[in-house]
Write a protein that binds this ligand. Sequence first.
Ligand SMILES: [Zn+2]
Ligand SMILES: [Zn+2]
Length: 162
Amino acid sequence: MQLPAVAVSQSPEDKFREYLASRSRAQRFTDQQRDMVRFIFSQHHHFDADQLIDDMKKAGFGVSRATVYRTLAKLVDAGLLRRLELGPRMYYEHDYGYPQHEHLQCGQCGKMIEFQSPAIEAAIEEVCRQHQFHATGHTFIIRGACAECNRARVLKRRLDLI
Ligand SMILES: [Zn+2]
Ligand SMILES: [Zn+2]
């Protein structure tokens, strides 16, 4: 499930180029990095570094592991991607041009359901205010079983009883 995109003035590519140029030691926007940014922003999903390397290889791109890891960190720093800690693994998803949202994660099929909740956002703001805490981000994930997996489980239980 995908939420509607947020209008942005710059393409992710231009925003990243600007970020690299604004570093205290300006960095070059390499062809590998350009391929990566284009690839990542051509589809919305939650991915980890290994998956991205595999998918890019399958699509015919040659990117080194080291470049992927370094570039992912820079894309987070530049505000293009956000990190999502899911158990022991670090996942990434679009932040630039995409609304703030939370996740439901199905432990059976791995599906990630995105949702927005003004009530949760308000509660987080309120807690931060109480602690005079300046938040830079958060990860809020509800784990469980999705509707489809639940239906499958109930069905299986019924069949087991017959
Ligand atoms: Zn599921
Ligand atoms: Zn998401």
